[in-house]
Design a binder for this molecule. Structure first.
Ligand SMILES: *Cc1c(COP(=O)(O)O)cnc(C)c1O
Length: 394
């Protein structure tokens, strides 16, 4: 297949198995390859391009900021970073923010924060972090250790001490795992890479209660579920409870690389000067992109569209699922939708590609649909029609 490529990729380390297509341009829900072929993008950078590609509000903010000030050190105050922190706190449970450059880094910050908090409030034994099986938290050492997937740990030992894993959705198992020595529980409110796994009704409220009782911080990894993906700015809003700490990245800065660790009342002042830092974290360029992306998400009817399109898309997928044995379950919230297949997940991805549609398969057999939140009914209809067709041929 490689002879179809126009450019040389032989000097890249082999960390991905990319589809042999070279993407060079994007607008809204579409991307174009180097040959001018157009694709309807229902991957959206894996929940990064929530506003679609090259949203004018983000492009304008980046252009203006790039002409004014791209980077200065956090040794100085950066007004737009302060504005971003205020915007995030006004629209969440949080009181304070730390900015970094990726999801994994945000998880590292949250784990470090939790250990310092444990030390201050429970003593120097309280270093434990309890995470869920099937979770994904990133690829750096602590984030990878938190990740509950053995295939991701393979070959990288020794892992970071102090981490344990329990089945996602099992409140009894969590109860047994959390105790005096627990600094934090970290969970994705809906597991993304693990296969778009939604929690059982009442589970997250039970986790909240347990953390309160044991004096452990509850960290929500909303790197994939956040920034409007589930129809509210953050997924926790849908579950009637709040975490103590939340990590964000992916859609945070409209496509620019940025991560954040947010803390509520209990953990807002754990870090002091020198406890943690990041050279690029919250620099003027990414902060202005994030401000523009958040304002657009909150003001532009984006969340309502996400809810409406999510309901419509899910209903249409269930209609297809009802007519075949190939689909085990359609699940998700908002525009974070997974279709668990009996078989043929990767083949379906190829078949969509042949029909100029980008979708992704995760956890081996879960087709994952993560369209931009500005997706139209016509675009959803196109994907539904293609899926009906593809299912017939699998
Ligand atoms: C993508 C993702 C991460 C890792 O983010 P990176 O920016 O790739 O480091 C962590 N947690 C969740 C839930 C994710 O979806």
């Amino acid at each position: 297949m490689n002879e179809t490529l126009q450019n040389d990729y032989s000097h890249l380390m082999n960390t991905y198995r990319p589809i042999p297509v070279e993407l060079v341009r994007g607008e809204g829900a579409y991307v174009w390859d180097v040959m001018g072929r157009r694709f309807l993008d229902f991957v959206a950078g894996i929940a990064v391009n929530n506003l679609g590609h090259c949203h004018p509000a983000v492009v304008d903010a980046v252009k203006k900021q790039a002409e004014t000030l791209i980077h200065v050190s956090n040794l100085y105050r950066i007004p737009v970073q302060g504005e971003l922190a205020q915007l995030l706190c006004e629209n969440s449970f949080a009181r304070s923010c730390f900015f970094c450059n990726s999801g994994a880094e945000a998880v590292e910050a949250a784990v470090k924060l939790a250990r310092r908090h444990g030390l201050k409030t429970k003593g120097d034994e309280a270093v434990g972090v309890v995470a869920a099986r099937g979770s994904f938290h990133g690829r750096t050492m602590a984030a990878m250790t938190a990740t509950g997937q053995e295939k991701i740990h393979g070959g990288y030992g020794p892992l970071v001490p102090g981490f344990t894993h329990v089945p996602f959705g099992d409140a009894t198992a969590l109860h047994e795992a959390v105790g005096e020595e627990t600094a934090a529980v970290i969970l994705e409110p809906i597991q993304g890479e693990g296969g778009v796994v939604t929690p059982p009704v009442g589970y997250l409220a039970q986790v909240r209660e347990l953390c309160n009782r044991e004096g452990a911080l509850l960290i929500f990894d909303e790197i994939q579920t956040g920034m409007g993906r589930t129809g509210t700015l953050f997924a926790y809003e849908r579950f009637g409870m709040m975490p103590d700490v939340m990590v964000l990245a992916k859609g945070l800065a409209g496509g620019l690389p940025m991560g954040a660790c947010l803390a509520g009342e209990r953990a807002a002042s754990v870090f002091e000067p020198g406890s943690h830092a990041s050279t690029f974290g919250g620099n003027p360029l990414v902060s202005s992109a994030a401000c523009a992306a958040i304002k657009t998400t909150l003001e532009g009817g984006v969340l309502d569209n996400c809810t409406a399109m999510g309901e419509y898309f899910t209903k249409e997928l269930r209609r297809i699922a009802d007519k075949t044995d190939l689909i085990r379950e359609v699940r998700g919230i908002g525009l974070m939708i997974g279709v668990e297949m009996e078989r043929g997940g990767p083949d379906a991805v190829d078949a969509f590609f042949e029909r100029d549609i980008l979708v992704n398969c995760t956890a081996e057999r879960v087709l994952r649909f993560l369209p931009p939140l500005i997706v139209t009914k016509e675009q959803v209809d196109e994907v539904v029609a293609a899926f009906g067709d593809i299912i017939g041929g699998l």
